[in-house]
Design a protein around this ligand. Structure first.
Ligand SMILES: [Zn+2]
Length: 98
């Protein structure tokens, strides 16, 4: 049987050290965002898809041709979709209860 060193995390609000598996700070009750990484990445894709849809909607809204002021949305949305797999979603977020 091998002993592994206990993993420690530090509360970003009160700097209390606690077990890395803890989801709530024992000192200030800040809670860890336990959203899984795939869900965060999915949110990025979703943002991109929504932006592209809004952009395309704006571009074709009158049916008479392309309205180019929708194109920034398409570009931004396309950028999100293109870059989503490179976004760093490993950062752990904490929320402090008021
Ligand atoms: Zn804390």
């Amino acid at each position: 049987m091998t002993e592994t060193a206990p993993e420690i995390q530090t509360c970003p609000f009160c700097y209390t050290e606690m077990d890395a598996r803890a989801d709530v700070c024992p000192s200030c009750q800040a809670t860890k965002d336990t959203t899984p990484e795939w869900a965060k990445r999915f949110d990025i894709y979703k943002t991109g898809v929504i932006a592209v849809i809004i952009g395309l909607g704006l571009m074709f809204i009158d049916g008479k041709g392309i309205l180019w002021w929708g194109s920034p949305f398409v570009l931004i949305g396309g950028f999100f979709l293109f870059r989503a797999h490179k976004f760093d979603v490993s950062e752990v977020l904490w929320h402090r209860k008021e």
